[in-house]
Design a protein around this ligand. Structure first.
Ligand SMILES: [Zn+2]
Length: 273
Protein backbone atom coordinates (compact mmCIF):
# COMPACT_ATOMS: atom_id res chain seq x y z
CA UNK A 1 0.00 0.00 0.00
CA UNK A 2 2.84 2.32 0.99
CA UNK A 3 4.71 1.38 -2.20
CA UNK A 4 1.59 2.19 -4.23
CA UNK A 5 1.28 5.52 -2.41
CA UNK A 6 4.88 6.48 -3.20
CA UNK A 7 4.43 5.50 -6.87
CA UNK A 8 1.19 7.46 -7.28
CA UNK A 9 2.71 10.54 -5.57
CA UNK A 10 5.67 10.39 -7.97
CA UNK A 11 3.37 9.99 -10.96
CA UNK A 12 1.11 12.92 -9.91
CA UNK A 13 4.15 15.14 -9.26
CA UNK A 14 5.58 14.18 -12.66
CA UNK A 15 2.28 15.23 -14.31
CA UNK A 16 2.16 18.54 -12.40
CA UNK A 17 5.79 19.32 -13.29
CA UNK A 18 5.03 18.58 -16.97
CA UNK A 19 1.99 20.88 -16.91
CA UNK A 20 3.79 23.84 -15.33
CA UNK A 21 6.33 26.20 -16.85
CA UNK A 22 8.80 28.36 -14.94
CA UNK A 23 8.06 32.05 -14.59
CA UNK A 24 10.29 34.47 -16.46
CA UNK A 25 13.49 35.41 -14.56
CA UNK A 26 12.61 39.09 -15.06
CA UNK A 27 9.37 38.61 -13.11
CA UNK A 28 11.39 37.63 -10.01
CA UNK A 29 12.48 41.25 -9.72
CA UNK A 30 8.94 42.65 -9.66
CA UNK A 31 7.58 44.11 -6.37
CA UNK A 32 5.14 41.79 -4.61
CA UNK A 33 2.78 41.64 -1.65
CA UNK A 34 2.30 38.27 0.04
CA UNK A 35 -0.88 37.71 2.05
CA UNK A 36 -0.54 34.93 4.62
CA UNK A 37 -3.66 33.72 6.48
CA UNK A 38 -1.55 32.54 9.44
CA UNK A 39 2.14 32.90 10.34
CA UNK A 40 3.89 29.99 8.50
CA UNK A 41 1.70 29.93 5.33
CA UNK A 42 4.04 32.48 3.69
CA UNK A 43 7.02 30.14 4.10
CA UNK A 44 5.16 26.92 3.29
CA UNK A 45 3.41 28.26 0.18
CA UNK A 46 5.96 30.62 -1.33
CA UNK A 47 9.02 30.86 0.94
CA UNK A 48 11.40 29.71 -1.79
CA UNK A 49 9.91 32.18 -4.25
CA UNK A 50 10.25 35.04 -1.75
CA UNK A 51 13.93 34.14 -1.30
CA UNK A 52 14.45 34.11 -5.08
CA UNK A 53 12.64 37.43 -5.48
CA UNK A 54 14.71 39.07 -2.75
CA UNK A 55 17.90 37.78 -4.39
CA UNK A 56 16.66 39.30 -7.66
CA UNK A 57 16.34 42.66 -5.88
CA UNK A 58 12.54 42.74 -5.58
CA UNK A 59 10.67 44.63 -2.90
CA UNK A 60 8.52 42.09 -1.04
CA UNK A 61 6.04 42.75 1.74
CA UNK A 62 4.26 40.13 3.84
CA UNK A 63 0.90 40.75 5.49
CA UNK A 64 -0.23 38.28 8.16
CA UNK A 65 -4.02 38.27 8.17
CA UNK A 66 -4.70 36.47 11.47
CA UNK A 67 -2.73 36.00 14.68
CA UNK A 68 -2.66 32.17 14.65
CA UNK A 69 -3.73 32.08 18.31
CA UNK A 70 -5.91 28.98 17.96
CA UNK A 71 -3.43 26.44 16.56
CA UNK A 72 -2.75 25.00 20.05
CA UNK A 73 -5.06 27.02 22.28
CA UNK A 74 -6.10 23.83 24.12
CA UNK A 75 -2.59 23.66 25.60
CA UNK A 76 -1.43 27.28 25.85
CA UNK A 77 -3.20 30.60 26.38
CA UNK A 78 -4.37 32.23 23.17
CA UNK A 79 -2.72 35.54 24.14
CA UNK A 80 0.65 33.88 24.75
CA UNK A 81 0.48 31.92 21.51
CA UNK A 82 -0.40 35.08 19.60
CA UNK A 83 2.80 36.77 20.90
CA UNK A 84 4.92 33.68 20.18
CA UNK A 85 3.64 33.36 16.61
CA UNK A 86 4.23 37.05 15.88
CA UNK A 87 7.80 36.78 17.12
CA UNK A 88 8.33 33.60 15.04
CA UNK A 89 6.95 35.37 11.95
CA UNK A 90 9.40 38.25 12.43
CA UNK A 91 12.35 35.82 12.69
CA UNK A 92 11.21 33.86 9.61
CA UNK A 93 10.65 37.05 7.60
CA UNK A 94 14.14 38.30 8.50
CA UNK A 95 15.62 35.06 7.15
CA UNK A 96 13.52 35.47 4.01
CA UNK A 97 15.38 38.74 3.50
CA UNK A 98 12.75 41.20 4.72
CA UNK A 99 13.16 44.06 7.17
CA UNK A 100 10.75 44.53 10.08
CA UNK A 101 9.05 47.39 8.24
CA UNK A 102 8.37 45.09 5.28
CA UNK A 103 5.90 43.03 7.29
CA UNK A 104 2.62 43.85 9.01
CA UNK A 105 0.15 42.01 11.21
CA UNK A 106 -3.53 42.66 10.60
CA UNK A 107 -4.22 40.76 13.83
CA UNK A 108 -7.64 39.33 13.07
CA UNK A 109 -8.41 36.45 15.40
CA UNK A 110 -7.44 33.04 14.08
CA UNK A 111 -10.47 31.30 12.44
CA UNK A 112 -12.52 34.51 12.48
CA UNK A 113 -11.48 36.20 9.25
CA UNK A 114 -14.87 35.49 7.70
CA UNK A 115 -16.54 37.49 10.49
CA UNK A 116 -14.40 40.54 9.66
CA UNK A 117 -14.63 40.60 5.89
CA UNK A 118 -15.76 44.22 5.52
CA UNK A 119 -13.06 45.64 7.79
CA UNK A 120 -10.37 43.42 6.25
CA UNK A 121 -11.24 44.45 2.68
CA UNK A 122 -10.87 48.11 3.61
CA UNK A 123 -7.53 47.54 5.32
CA UNK A 124 -6.17 45.48 2.41
CA UNK A 125 -7.37 48.17 0.01
CA UNK A 126 -5.35 50.79 1.96
CA UNK A 127 -2.31 48.49 1.86
CA UNK A 128 -2.59 48.00 -1.91
CA UNK A 129 -2.98 51.71 -2.59
CA UNK A 130 0.07 52.45 -0.43
CA UNK A 131 2.35 49.62 -1.63
CA UNK A 132 1.40 49.52 -5.33
CA UNK A 133 2.80 45.98 -5.86
CA UNK A 134 2.99 44.46 -9.35
CA UNK A 135 2.22 40.99 -8.02
CA UNK A 136 0.05 39.52 -5.29
CA UNK A 137 0.50 36.13 -3.61
CA UNK A 138 -2.62 34.66 -1.95
CA UNK A 139 -3.85 31.18 -1.00
CA UNK A 140 -5.78 29.32 -3.69
CA UNK A 141 -9.50 30.06 -3.85
CA UNK A 142 -10.44 26.38 -3.29
CA UNK A 143 -8.33 25.88 -0.15
CA UNK A 144 -10.09 23.37 2.16
CA UNK A 145 -9.81 22.68 5.94
CA UNK A 146 -9.53 26.23 7.31
CA UNK A 147 -11.82 29.04 6.15
CA UNK A 148 -9.17 31.71 6.83
CA UNK A 149 -7.35 30.63 3.65
CA UNK A 150 -10.25 30.98 1.20
CA UNK A 151 -11.35 34.11 3.09
CA UNK A 152 -7.91 35.68 2.52
CA UNK A 153 -8.32 34.99 -1.21
CA UNK A 154 -11.78 36.61 -1.34
CA UNK A 155 -10.78 39.61 0.80
CA UNK A 156 -7.70 40.47 -1.27
CA UNK A 157 -9.52 40.05 -4.61
CA UNK A 158 -12.42 42.21 -3.36
CA UNK A 159 -9.96 44.91 -2.28
CA UNK A 160 -8.24 44.76 -5.67
CA UNK A 161 -11.61 45.12 -7.37
CA UNK A 162 -12.25 48.31 -5.36
CA UNK A 163 -8.79 49.64 -6.34
CA UNK A 164 -9.58 48.91 -10.01
CA UNK A 165 -5.99 47.78 -10.53
CA UNK A 166 -4.58 45.43 -13.13
CA UNK A 167 -2.23 43.12 -11.31
CA UNK A 168 -0.68 39.65 -11.58
CA UNK A 169 -2.01 37.15 -9.06
CA UNK A 170 -0.19 34.04 -7.85
CA UNK A 171 -2.40 31.66 -5.86
CA UNK A 172 -0.46 29.13 -3.77
CA UNK A 173 -1.58 25.75 -2.36
CA UNK A 174 -1.37 24.79 1.32
CA UNK A 175 -4.23 22.50 2.43
CA UNK A 176 -4.94 21.74 -1.23
CA UNK A 177 -2.15 19.16 -0.79
CA UNK A 178 -3.98 17.49 2.11
CA UNK A 179 -5.55 14.57 0.27
CA UNK A 180 -4.63 11.28 -1.38
CA UNK A 181 -2.17 10.54 -2.92
CA UNK A 182 -0.07 13.31 -1.32
CA UNK A 183 -0.95 12.29 2.22
CA UNK A 184 -2.73 9.35 3.81
CA UNK A 185 -5.76 11.03 5.34
CA UNK A 186 -6.99 9.26 8.48
CA UNK A 187 -10.51 7.88 7.97
CA UNK A 188 -12.66 5.10 9.34
CA UNK A 189 -16.40 5.40 8.81
CA UNK A 190 -18.00 5.16 5.33
CA UNK A 191 -18.91 8.85 5.71
CA UNK A 192 -15.25 9.78 6.28
CA UNK A 193 -14.21 7.69 3.28
CA UNK A 194 -16.78 9.43 1.06
CA UNK A 195 -15.73 12.87 2.35
CA UNK A 196 -12.03 12.06 1.70
CA UNK A 197 -12.84 10.85 -1.80
CA UNK A 198 -14.80 14.03 -2.56
CA UNK A 199 -11.93 16.19 -1.25
CA UNK A 200 -9.42 14.23 -3.33
CA UNK A 201 -11.42 14.81 -6.51
CA UNK A 202 -11.93 18.56 -5.89
CA UNK A 203 -8.36 19.27 -4.76
CA UNK A 204 -6.57 17.15 -7.34
CA UNK A 205 -8.68 18.63 -10.12
CA UNK A 206 -7.74 22.14 -8.92
CA UNK A 207 -4.04 21.23 -8.77
CA UNK A 208 -4.08 19.82 -12.31
CA UNK A 209 -6.34 22.45 -13.86
CA UNK A 210 -5.16 25.70 -12.29
CA UNK A 211 -1.47 25.33 -11.42
CA UNK A 212 0.53 26.03 -14.57
CA UNK A 213 3.39 28.24 -13.30
CA UNK A 214 6.35 27.36 -11.13
CA UNK A 215 9.48 28.78 -9.56
CA UNK A 216 12.62 26.65 -9.23
CA UNK A 217 13.66 26.61 -5.56
CA UNK A 218 16.02 23.61 -5.59
CA UNK A 219 18.92 25.93 -4.78
CA UNK A 220 17.23 27.36 -1.66
CA UNK A 221 15.42 24.28 -0.33
CA UNK A 222 17.65 23.85 2.72
CA UNK A 223 17.25 27.50 3.60
CA UNK A 224 13.46 27.19 3.22
CA UNK A 225 13.54 24.33 5.76
CA UNK A 226 15.62 26.42 8.16
CA UNK A 227 13.19 29.33 7.78
CA UNK A 228 10.16 27.13 8.44
CA UNK A 229 11.95 25.93 11.61
CA UNK A 230 11.67 29.51 12.91
CA UNK A 231 7.95 28.81 13.33
CA UNK A 232 8.86 26.75 16.39
CA UNK A 233 5.30 26.53 17.73
CA UNK A 234 4.32 24.69 14.55
CA UNK A 235 7.49 22.62 14.13
CA UNK A 236 8.25 21.54 17.71
CA UNK A 237 6.31 20.88 20.92
CA UNK A 238 6.47 23.98 23.09
CA UNK A 239 5.05 21.89 25.95
CA UNK A 240 5.85 18.21 26.43
CA UNK A 241 2.39 16.93 25.67
CA UNK A 242 1.76 14.51 22.80
CA UNK A 243 -1.45 16.42 22.00
CA UNK A 244 0.74 19.33 20.77
CA UNK A 245 0.62 18.50 17.08
CA UNK A 246 3.44 19.69 14.83
CA UNK A 247 3.42 20.00 11.05
CA UNK A 248 5.67 16.92 10.91
CA UNK A 249 3.03 14.92 12.80
CA UNK A 250 0.46 15.40 10.04
CA UNK A 251 0.32 12.15 8.06
CA UNK A 252 3.77 11.16 9.37
CA UNK A 253 5.51 14.03 7.62
CA UNK A 254 3.90 13.45 4.22
CA UNK A 255 2.08 16.79 4.37
CA UNK A 256 5.26 18.73 5.16
CA UNK A 257 7.14 17.12 2.26
CA UNK A 258 4.60 18.59 -0.20
CA UNK A 259 6.34 21.96 0.34
CA UNK A 260 9.87 20.77 -0.30
CA UNK A 261 9.86 19.81 -3.95
CA UNK A 262 12.25 21.58 -6.31
CA UNK A 263 9.48 23.82 -7.63
CA UNK A 264 6.84 25.89 -5.89
CA UNK A 265 3.72 25.91 -8.03
CA UNK A 266 1.19 28.66 -8.59
CA UNK A 267 -2.09 29.40 -10.28
CA UNK A 268 -1.12 32.60 -12.11
CA UNK A 269 -3.48 35.03 -13.85
CA UNK A 270 -3.90 38.72 -14.49
CA UNK A 271 -6.61 40.44 -12.47
CA UNK A 272 -8.14 43.32 -14.43
CA UNK A 273 -10.11 44.97 -11.62
ZN1 LIG B 1 -2.89 28.65 7.53
Amino acid sequence: MNYLGVRSRRLCRFVIDRLTSEIDERDLGRPAAVFSPHPDDETLGCGGTILKKKRAGAKVNIFFMTDGQKSHSHLISAERLKCIRASEAIKASRMLGLEKEDIAFLEYKDSELNKNTHSAINRVKEILLRQQPDEIFIPHRKEPITEDHSATNRIVLSALYMCRRKITIYEYPIWLWYHQPWVNVPMGTPKEVLSALKQTLISEWSLLKDFRRSVYIGDVLQLKRAILDQHKSQMTRLVSDPRWQTLSDLSNGQFLECFFHEHEIFSQYVFHG
